[in-house]
Ligand binder design. Structure first.
Ligand SMILES: C=CCOC(=O)Nc1nc2cc3[nH]c(NC)nc3cc2c(=O)[nH]1
Length: 379
């Protein structure tokens, strides 16, 4: 379990720091990931509204697949028989899969959590399913992801201290079982632990220290972006990140807006995933250098300007706002497609700016200027 050894098929190299911000390189069997990295979420084996080539061209090195969805449909064994996720989807680059735990809690019906496993009924056909840490690792191995996640229990906030404590300790015991199952067949891939503990510093400390003792290739900070104010999320990162090994990647799950990402990078986070760029795109909202633009708004109806004439992304500098407004109002599929790629491209543009700024020791200036541009708002 020493992924700093660059001779291994999977390893992380810290290339530079600027304050608590870090830039690095995560090498996986399917390719290299530049960090800080934003992972677009390809939930059911597709990036909604986009071709994979656009995801690649926009600058994404790695994408996320959801174990919960894929194990229910088309099935993990079927994907394995068809060559694994990279071959099945055609993405052919690094992929991270979640353990499914989070989505069982938010999507499945009649779910029950026991020490052994989570049991639930599929939201697709009502079939009874049991997901244990061992089965979750088996599924992720069938999917062939480069980075697998331990199975955990994420508690939505606000929550009682006892419930947060119970879920955090269960997640630690599941971390141990996930690692044992993962190590039963070492194959050069990575397994990340997930820090829980809600909004309670002492429980965050206990979770982080417990995971570090077990030892993982990387550490996710879970249990956040689940309804708490940004200030609470950032405070929990401040409590947790310093307890995690410097030489391992840190992954903040489910985050977030460009502002969330900038604040979390400043506090030492290396990896992010969020459905916001594609989901907001489908709802007509664009992310740009000057903040968000809701193309449903009538003020765009006669505006011939593109979203950003200086953007390196063609669709962002070539399409008139009036056209995007029309597509969104008319419910044209092309509207969702264009705004999804525009948003994924903006997130990757932001990550590239972050990586360059850290590498040049100018992250503070980048942070200030970026926030000023957002605050300037869309002219
Ligand atoms: C890919 C990640 C690995 O997923 C898991 O296996 N477990 C897990 N997923 C989360 C997903 C989250 N999304 C948000 N906000 C949108 N918060 C989240 C928190 C968790 C979490 O605590 N655990």
């Amino acid at each position: 379990m020493n992924p700093s050894d660059t001779s291994l098929p999977s390893h992380f190299e810290l290339l530079g720091t600027d304050g608590a911000a870090r830039t690095g390189r995560l090498t996986t069997p399917h390719g290299v990931v530049r960090t800080p990295a934003f992972m677009p979420v390809g939930t059911a084996g597709a990036m909604k509204g986009m071709h994979w080539r656009e995801v690649r061209d926009a600058g994404a090195d790695i994408v996320l697949g959801n174990t919960y969805h894929l194990m229910l449909r088309p099935g993990a064994e079927r994907i394995a028989a068809l060559g694994g996720l990279q071959t099945f989807t055609g993405w052919n680059g690094p992929m991270l899969t979640d353990s499914g735990g989070f989505q069982v809690m938010s999507l499945a019906d009649l779910r029950k959590v026991s020490e052994h496993a989570v049991t639930f009924r599929s939201h697709i056909d009502g079939a009874k399913v049991e997901l244990s840490p061992e089965r979750s690792i088996e599924v992720q191995r069938y999917l062939g992801s480069d980075i697998a996640m331990q199975m955990d229990e994420c508690v939505r906030l606000p929550a009682e201290r006892d419930d947060i404590d119970r879920a955090m300790r269960l997640s630690l015991r599941w971390a141990e079982r996930s690692k044992r199952a993962f190590e039963s067949a070492p194959d050069g891939y990575m397994l990340f632990g997930i820090v829980q503990g809600g909004d309670i510093p002492q429980l965050r400390h206990a979770s982080a220290q417990g995971l570090v003792e077990i030892g993982f290739h990387g550490y996710a900070i879970g249990g956040l972006a689940v309804g708490e104010p940004q200030a609470v999320m950032l405070a929990m990162i401040d409590e947790t990140a310093p307890l995690l090994p410097q030489e391992r990647p840190r992954y903040l799950m489910g985050v977030g807006t460009p502002d969330d990402i900038l604040e979390a990078v400043k506090r030492g986070i290396d990896m992010f995933d969020c459905v916001m760029p594609t989901r907001n795109g489908r709802h007509g909202v664009a992310f740009t250098r000057f903040g968000q633009v809701n193309l449903r708004n009538a003020r765009h109806a006669d505006d011939p300007r593109p979203l950003d004439a200086e953007s390196p992304w063609p669709s962002t500098r070539n399409y008139a706002r009036a056209y995007l407004h029309h597509l969104v109002k008319a419910g044209e599929t092309l509207g969702a497609m264009l705004l999804s790629e525009i948003n994924i491209a903006y997130y990757q543009f932001l990550m590239q700016g972050i990586r360059d700024a850290i590498a040049h020791g100018t992250f503070d200036e980048f942070y200030q200027r970026t926030r000023e541009d957002w605050a300037r708002g869309d002219i």
